[in-house]
Design a protein around this ligand. Structure first.
Ligand SMILES: [Zn+2]
Length: 205
């Protein structure tokens, strides 16, 4: 438990466990110090935080299980500061809050939903001394073309990510076919799952 929130790590080794828990603890401490309202909302809306080995996004909110998933490689990377993780948690916690309010992550309003989440990150980061670089990154996200958040754009990024992971072309095509046979609003993302960052390496939060 960190700040009253269950945090789990799937299949860690000892070193990963130490690094990850220390960083996530520091991240929550930053949220508690500079944005206690976000932390209260997070406690209310998010059941747990899971750090997983493979994930298409650096961080995402999974409404079905009410958890926030963080990518292990992202959390443990030396270039990822506790403040950056804190900022991601604020973003995902905002998704959780919007979900509780019944606001869906539908394509038609996705850019607006992401805008709300990025602005909550900005509000947090502006309270923290020395956060200029992260603020600039989030401001860049806010200026993205709305087309970035469409199903098609998600699909293209997902295919690129699978290629990067070394999946053979036939398996990617198969996966695309399976996903493509689902209802259109269900294609790349389960309803309510919000992928907030590109699956590729760009550290945007
Ligand atoms: Zn998001």
């Amino acid at each position: 438990m960190i700040q009253g929130i269950p945090v789990g790590l799937i299949f860690p080794d000892d070193e990963e466990r130490q690094v990850v828990f220390a960083k996530v603890r520091q991240a929550f401490e930053l949220v508690a110090r500079y944005d206690s309202r976000s932390l209260s909302r997070f406690r209310r809306d998010v059941a747990s935080v899971l750090v997983v080995r493979t994930s298409g996004a650096l961080a995402e909110w999974e409404s079905t299980g009410r958890f926030v998933r963080l990518q292990l490689a992202y959390v443990k990377a030396p270039g990822t500061s506790p403040l950056e993780i804190a900022s991601s948690l604020v973003h995902e916690g905002t998704h959780a809050c919007l979900h509780r309010l019944g606001i869906e992550y539908a394509e038609v309003q996705r850019a607006r939903v992401e805008g709300v989440c990025f602005r909550s990150q900005l509000a947090f980061l502006r309270e923290v001394p020395g956060a200029e670089q992260l603020i600039a990154n989030v401001e860049r996200q806010l200026m993205r073309d709305p087309g970035y958040w469409t199903d098609t754009a998600f699909k293209e990024r997902q295919v690129a990510y699978l290629r990067e992971l070394g999946f053979p072309g036939w398996s990617i095509r198969l996966l695309t076919l399976i996903r493509g046979s689902e209802p259109s609003n269900n294609r790349l993302q389960r309803p309510g799952r919000s992928r907030c960052s590109p699956p590729a390496a760009e550290p945007d939060r």
